[in-house]
Design a protein around this ligand. Structure first.
Ligand SMILES: Cc1cc2nc3c(=O)[nH]c(=O)nc-3n(C[C@H](O)[C@H](O)[C@H](O)COP(=O)(O)OP(=O)(O)OC[C@H]3O[C@@H](n4cnc5c(N)ncnc54)[C@H](O)[C@@H]3O)c2cc1C
Length: 486
């Protein structure tokens, strides 16, 4: 596979001879990018138009390449395309940050319903449900952001040549294939939730949730469909597993995984868990254990390594089977494979977040960010609670404490939610959403000032329910007000 340069159009914009093409027409989003099909009939490309870093054609027609192995050459060429996936990962993280900045800013200003006072309504962000909808997504966005920073460093290492071994390239490919699905799915989910969390205002085009969502939609598909990419990650995990344990019997390994004995699968970041998370008896202690960084790591990494070990055991006979039977066996486990890859990618994000915490110097910032990391980790465990319970990794007692502990974390993070989105560093010129400009705060202040003036003047409207209650009180025989009115 080789890239080459070819002229397509005349200066007037028409196609050159032998070149043809059709436009794809209106798409579901991202219409700022022109997509279509090209075809070439008898178009001659000069050999000097070959993008010849990895392969060249001499004037006499001889082909040469600095990469001897055709297989490696193919993957090196493919590898140059990884920049697209890395960029998509970054763009998706940025979209989640923008959406959360707009939605959380609005939610700290918008008031709706009197829950605790007759005089002022509650700020949306103070509702627990609202916190549940926005803060776990904020935590996941931070995790994806830390992971993306590390991905950029890996990309820089490979493309600057400072860390450019075959293994570095393969790691970069696998990491990009793992992170891009997670961050693009997260962005779509976050944009939708932020749209709903800002109510009817969120549906207005001027607030950009709907147009960003439409533009981001295809991110789950292009530069590699998300499910197909995760399958690539799963194959790499299985390959690493097979290399790591090449002299051991897969059946034994599967039993190892089931009994939680084990060791480290270092290259893919896989970890085995050596100990069962023991229960202490008290619910409080159970919750404290879940808060512990090592416990979270053990639970997340144990799930990945157990899933991979189990799959390796199930697929161990595939190599000696006919192509048809091997494909059928693989297909029987395809969903579990992709789930294992997803769990692996989530673990890598959690690890990147945890490494990021170590660089935070300010103790207050580190504390808040540790809560955010805990929220990310515990929400992952909560999402897969069925697996932890079915596989005996968490007791029902500990599992029961999870929901309450997550709620407590939400309440702790809530006062910092605005700081957490402001820390993304976006200004109004980036967010470009009318609801995040402070207009809602102005509207609320104006309404509150008006209500205060009305109350002070004695002309404020009396609530119908209050009026009816007063009238009922007056009509009641035997009551003080009833006697007075009589
Ligand atoms: C707007 C846009 C711009 C693009 N730009 C470019 C570009 O610049 N250059 C370029 O080369 N390409 C480009 N593409 C193509 C893009 O990379 C492909 O659309 C993408 O890789 C998915 O391939 P597909 O459309 O053939 O989907 P399919 O492969 O047909 O997939 C359809 C569905 O089937 C599932 N599926 C497929 N195979 C399997 C499997 N083995 N197991 C389980 N499920 C499977 C997928 O998960 C997906 O949900 C672009 C696409 C779009 C929409």
């Amino acid at each position: 596979m080789h890239g080459f340069y070819v002229e397509l159009r005349t200066p007037e914009g028409g196609f050159l001879p032998g070149v043809g093409g059709e436009d794809d027409g209106l798409k579901g989003g991202l219409n700022g990018i022109d997509n279509g099909r090209l075809h070439f009939t008898g178009v001659r490309v000069p050999r000097t138009n070959l993008l010849n870093r990895y392969g060249d054609v001499a004037p006499n027609g001889d082909y040469s390449s600095p990469i001897a192995s055709p297989g490696r050459r193919f993957f090196t060429m493919l590898g140059t395309l990884v920049q697209g996936r890395v960029s998509l990962d970054g763009a998706a993280v940025a979209a989640s940050k923008l959406a959360l900045t707009a939605a959380i800013t609005y939610s700290t200003q918008r008031r709706q319903f009197n829950a605790s006072s007759d005089l002022s309504e509650e700020v949306l962000m103070d509702y627990q449900r609202h916190q549940r909808r926005l803060l776990p997504r904020l935590a996941a966005t931070y995790a994806a952001s830390f992971a993306h920073e590390e991905l950029l460093e890996k990309l820089d290492g490979v493309f600057s040549g400072s860390h450019d071994t075959d293994e570095d390239r393969q790691d970069l490919e696998t990491l990009a294939a793992a992170y891009k699905p997670l961050s693009t799915w997260l962005a779509l989910d976050t944009l939708q939730e932020c749209r709903e969390a800002t109510g009817g205002a969120g549906f207005l085009a001027e607030n950009r949730f709907t147009s960003l969502r439409a533009d981001l939609d295809v991110y789950a598909t292009f530069e590699g469909d998300n499910n197909v990419l995760l399958q690539l990650v799963a194959k790499r995990l299985l390959g690493d597993y097979a290399k790591e344990f090449k002299d051991m019997d897969f059946g034994v390994l599967a039993r190892y995984a089931a009994t939680q004995a084990g060791r480290t699968l270092h290259r893919s970041g896989l970890r085995r868990v050596a100990q069962t998370v023991a229960d202490s008896g008290s619910e409080k202690k159970s919750a404290i254990a879940l808060r512990d960084e090592h416990t979270q790591h053990e639970l997340l990494s144990d799930r990945v390594s157990s899933m991979v070990a189990e799959l390796a055991g199930e697929l161990r006979g595939a190599k000696s089977m006919s192509k048809e039977k091997a494909a059928a066996l693989f297909n029987e486990h395809q969903n579990d494979l992709i789930e294992a890859a997803r769990a692996h990618a989530e673990l890598l994000q959690w690890e990147a977040f945890t490494r990021g915490l170590k660089d935070l110097k300010d103790p207050g910032t580190r504390q808040v960010m540790t809560w955010v990391r805990d929220l990310f980790g515990l929400c992952l465990i909560e999402k897969n609670l069925a697996w932890y319970l079915m596989n005996g990794r968490l007791s029902t007692q500990r599992a029961r404490t999870l929901n309450a502990y997550i709620n407590r974390l939400l309440a702790k993070i809530r006062p910092h939610s605005l700081d957490l989105v402001e820390a993304f560093g976006y200004g109004p010129e980036h967010i470009r959403a009318a609801i995040a400009t402070g207009a809602e705060q102005e509207r609320q202040d104006e309404a509150a000032a008006y209500a205060r003036r009305m109350r002070a003047s004695g002309t404020s409207v009396i609530d119908e329910k209050t009026l009816l209650a007063r009238q009922a009180e007056i009509r009641k025989p035997g009551t003080a007000s009833g006697r007075k009115s009589a």
